[in-house]
Design a protein around this ligand. Structure first.
Ligand SMILES: Nc1ncnc2c1ncn2[C@@H]1O[C@H](COP(=O)(O)OP(=O)(O)OP(=O)(O)O)[C@@H](O)[C@H]1O
Ligand SMILES: [Mg+2]
Length: 363
């Protein structure tokens, strides 16, 4: 439905500047995720959109309506902003049953009794809590309470949706299932959504667009694909990806990247570069062989972590540690020789001083 527009938002608590001149547009029906480390200002930003915190400066617009403007003295209270909310502390009414908690807002909207009953049933089904309608929050686990909060949104069907870590209290399996539910919910409702998390998997799997935030500032915004494959700077490159990206300090001369123990011939498209830089390559972009291959680099295994479908392999070339990611379940004794080959097209190059991606700076 409507877009969400933030302009020049500044927020501090005492002397601490928590959000620094933030500009942000969420397109109608877009699923936007704000991702960043603990304390970077994600919840504060969401609370300002909701009206639970007042910015020091700036303007917030929901749809066509200005709901906050410091200059014009506009402050619309949260309940009049027409939003659906889930917050980190999922705030269910303790004295109301699950059913009451879910349907309270619907009753205020004059929806028919039979419709409310239907929405309640569907919402409970979607979060796998059928049969829990008459329980009180104190009779539920943390994860179940969180799912009630999600069910409340499913039943409410708001056109603007704000969610702050709605899945943080769930176990891994349930979190994967709930991610799919949220994605389905967004597809069905088409609500303009701002989703806050520090979980990169949630961000990558759910979002149309991701904003990477650090210390109250936007480090990069882009599609999950771009954020993963074309990180704007070293902060984003390291923040996204598990296992993390490999970074090597080195230099390019005559079409070869030389990082001490490692040297990688570059494809024609990259040979115009030269000089010192930091090279980055994701673990899955390095091929691995258990037998010798001509032109491949020999390494020795250190630690292997099979995760089921994949294995994370730590190796060393000289003193340089490298992380590899192979599909399949591998167990090899420490010190086993392996041969690796870098997919040169997948390299990112960063400026040593600014830490910015040189691909972006070249244009
Ligand atoms: N009411 C408050 N009073 C003072 N400082 C606050 C207040 N709320 C938040 N802060 C500070 O503002 C900064 C940003 O907090 P915020 O809750 O927005 O972080 P976050 O990105 O949501 O982190 P997390 O991932 O841990 O939830 C933190 O340094 C925090 O200590
Ligand atoms: Mg938070």
């Amino acid at each position: 439905m409507g877009q969400i527009l933030l302009k020049g938002i500044v927020k501090s608590y005492g002397k601490e500047l928590v959000v620094k001149n933030l500009d942000l547009t969420v397109q109608p029906d877009e699923f936007l995720t704000i991702l960043g480390p603990s304390g970077c200002g994600k919840t504060t930003t969401l609370r300002m959109i909701a009206g639970l915190e007042e910015p020091d400066q700036g303007t917030i617009q929901l749809g066509d309506r200005v709901v906050f403007s410091r200059n014009d003295g506009v402050v619309i209270p949260p309940e009049a902003r027409g939003l659906g909310l889930i917050f980190q502390s999922y705030a269910l009414w303790p004295h109301m049953t699950v059913a009451k908690n879910i349907t309270l807002a619907l009753k205020e909207q004059k929806i028919s009794k039979s419709d409310i009953a239907k929405r309640l049933e569907t919402a409970l089904e979607q979060v796998q809590l059928t049969g829990y309608a008459e329980r009180y929050p104190s009779e539920l686990s943390g994860g179940q309470q969180q799912r009630v909060a999600v069910a409340r949104l499913i039943a409410l069907r708001p056109s603007l949706l704000l969610m702050d870590e709605p899945l943080s209290n769930l176990d891994a399996k349930l979190r994967t299932e709930m991610r799919a539910s949220l994605k389905r919910l967004h597809r069905d409702l088409g609500a303009t959504t701002v989703y806050v998390t520090h979980d990169q998997i949630e961000a990558l799997t759910l979002s149309d667009r991701i904003i990477i935030m650090n210390e109250g500032q936007i480090m990069q915004q882009g599609s999950p694909y771009d954020i993963y494959h074309h990180p704007a700077n070293i902060f984003v490159a390291e923040f996204i990806g598990d296992p993390g990206i490999n970074l090597f300090k080195g230099s390019i001369a005559n079409g070869v990247l030389d990082c001490g123990a490692i040297s990688i011939p570059l494809p024609d498209t990259l040979t115009e570069r030269s000089g010192s830089l930091i090279a980055g390559i994701r673990p899955e972009k390095i091929s691995v062989s258990e037998t010798a291959q001509a032109g491949w680099q020999e390494v020795r295994t250190e630690i292997l972590q099979p995760t089921g479908a994949n294995t994370i392999i730590e190796v060393k070339v000289g003193d340089t540690p490298i992380t590899l990611l192979q599909s399949g379940f591998m167990t090899l004794p420490e010190g086993t020789p392996l041969w690796i080959d870098f997919e040169a097209e997948a390299l990112s190059f960063f400026d040593i001083d600014t830490q910015n991606n040189l691909r972006n700076e070249a244009h």
